[in-house]
Each structure stands twice: as structure tokens, then as C-alpha cells.
Design a protein around this ligand. Sequence first.
Ligand code: SDX
Length: 391
Amino acid sequence: QTGLTTIDYGFVNTSATKSAITYIDGDQGILRYRGYPIEELAKNSTYLEVAWLLLYGELPTADELGEFDEKIRRHTLLHEDLKRFFSSLPHTAHPMSVLSSATAALSTYYEHQSDPANPEHVELNTIRMLAKLPVIAAYAHKKSIGQAFLYPDNSLSFVDNFLKLNFGVLSEVYEIDPVMSRALERLLILHEDHEQNASTSTVRLVGSTGANQFSSISAGINALYGPLHGGANEAVLAMLARIRDSGESVQRFVERVKNKEDGVKLMGFGHRVYKNYDPRAKLVKESADEVLEALGVSDPLLDLAKQLEEIALEDDYFKERRLYPNVDFYTGVIYKAMGFPTRMFTVLFAIGRLPGWLAHWREMQQDPQTKIGRPQQLYIGAPHRAYPGAE
Ligand code: SDX
């Protein structure tokens, strides 16, 4: 029996590192990026300003932000060969698989400039990923709907360029909808970091072996894909649609969840850290009504989600287990109203989380305590035994 005798499943009682990036108080429902409350950032800041804050620890000056924005615009083009990579994948490929594999493939163009110990390489690849992953994400979307890829439009802001890449078509002039632009900016900010969640811990663990930023971020994307993590926003929409199409009452569905029938869960509910309402979910729910009304969309699934929340919050099963809506519960309804296919929802989460992943990778690289992430185990396998006939 080697190693420690106690097991901390899921590391719920283990702090794997020190970090100065994000603070969460799960009982109070508090979330702060570098000390700034998420509510104030979501309502007043921009995705790139928050990305700078997460990466460098302070809000950028106007000049710093302007230069950061300009550098990113100058790096949005993908190598033309990479576009052939997309055509090698089936059109049915899930956009999260396309994003993670294209991110790993992206690294093959920069192997000569990917030394984790070289600050210039780290800065350059931070810019490259912030610039190119949204383009890859949009290409994954276009591929899934059989439409031509567009080239980035560097005259547009980060979010507006992303909207045009996703919804523009070659045959028409694309008009940016300011409501969609502001709503998507706010949703991306809400996703930018969340301390040691599974995908960020994955990025840190992979980076701790000396792997470069592209490989570490690609691993983080794969971790986020799971339905218990970032994949939950897609799973919430599937759950709501199933309830609607089955004709099953919301009460009956909640009873099935409580009885754990077929392992069914109330997706978008519960959280490893928040044992109170996820502050992000509160902000997303506020936005949902505004955005759908402004876009002139009414979606019965939003009403269904609200009914589910109302019943669950009053029910002892959920109260005893301190299960509240998390960030994934309402986001999908907004993404759907914007026109994103359900299978793009987790890709949007990944683009939101990208600055946080990059900031944590950098913090881990700069931490002298960094060692290869290598937990111990409690061995419960076969005792020593000889191979039959061995000398
Ligand atoms: C994200 O870590 C992060 O910060 C993640 C994230 C981020 O920004 O990076 O916030 C993003 O991943 C949000 C979570 C999205 N996932 C989902 O919405 C999927 C549904 N949620 C569950 O799978 C669950 O709540 C977890 C995995 C999120 C958290 O699980 P915990 O805290 O480990 O809770 P648990 O599995 O120990 O469950 C405790 C009890 C159990 O019941 P009992 O065995 O005691 O009877 O609560 C039950 C669970 O069965 N439970 C649920 C439930 N979540 C927990 N029951 C029904 N529906 C649920 N959603």
C-alpha cells in the first residue's frame, strides 16, 4: 500500500496552488476577477479589457488596451493550409471537437516560437490564440451548417468581428445588431475565468509538464466539453426541449430527478463551489428577458426554465443539497435567440474562458513552486504474484 491513506475524490478538499487571479466565495455567491466584482465588470467592461486584467493583474490604460486590441486584430488570419484541415473533418463533427483539434493543429505553425520559457513567445502566442480561436470557432459553426467561411474584418471590434464571422454571408452586407453585440460581450465576460474549475486545472496540469500554450489550451477545451462542465449549457437546452416535446409536466420531471430515475439530473443546476445562487446565473437570467425582448424572440423554453427554477428552489431535495442555477442554466436560451446552433454553446463558453486559461497557464509558469502535477494513489490491486513458469 503506497502513498497517502486518505483519498480526496475530485480534490474537493485540496488547494492545488496559490492564485491571485480570481476569488470565489461559494457560500456568499461572490465572484471577483483580480478583486473587481463580476457584476461591475459584466455591466461596464469589455471582453478584451477583462482579458488584459486577468493576464496582467491591473486594468489596462487606454493606450495599453488600444495596442492590445490592435495586435489582436492583426493576428486574426489563419494560415491558408489550416483551412484544408477543416475540410478533412466530417460536416457532422461537433464544433467542440473541431475547436480542440484545430487549436492543437494551430500549434504546428508556431513550433519554432513556442518555448514556454521565452516571454516573447508566450506574449506572441497569447495574442495569436485570442485572435485566432474565435475565427476557428466561427469556422466550426460555418462548417456545421454548410456555409462558406468568411475572412475576419479587422475594422470591427472583437465581439462584432466574431458575430460577423458567425452570421455574415458572402452574398449580403452584415449589419451588427448592437443588442446582440452588447449581450454577447457581457456573456463572454461572465465566462472569462472561474479559478480552479476542471478545464482550468487541466490547462495548469498539462502546462506543468512544460507543454506549450496551444497544447495546454487544447486540453482545456477537451475538459470543458464534458456535460458535467461546459457541456452543460448544451445539455440544458436538450433537457428543456425533451420536457417540452414529451408533454411531461415540469413537476413530473422534477420528481424523476429527485428519484434519480435513469440518472437524470437537472442540468444547469448545482455547483462544486457555489452552494448559493451562482452570481453569473443571476446576471444571465436578467439578460435573458432583455435580449429576447430586444431581439423580438419569445421562447417557451425560457418560460420552462423559469418554471423549473421556481419549483426546484422551493423543493427540499434541492434546498438540502444546496442546488441552485449555475452559469449554464440560462445562457443557452440567449445563444439560441441570437441564432447559434445548440452545439455551438460550449464553443462560446470556451471562447469566453480562453483569457482565464491563458492567465492561469502564465501564472503557473511563473510560479517557482510549479512541479509536474502528479497526485498519489491508494493501491487496491492484486498483491505480488509470480508469472506462471517464470524463472
Ligand atoms: C460549470 O467548477 C466550476 O467553476 C465550473 C463552472 C466554471 O465556470 O468553470 O462553474 C462551469 O461546469 C458549471 C456546472 C455545470 N454542470 C451542470 O450543470 C451539470 C449538473 N450539475 C451536476 O452534475 C453537479 O451539480 C456538479 C457536477 C456541477 C457538482 O457536483 P457536486 O458539487 O460534486 O455535487 P455532487 O455530485 O456531490 O451531488 C451532491 C448531491 C447528490 O445527491 P445525493 O447523492 O446526495 O442524493 O446533489 C445531487 C447529487 O445527485 N445533485 C444533483 C445535481 N447536482 C448534484 N441532483 C440533480 N440535478 C443536479 N444537477
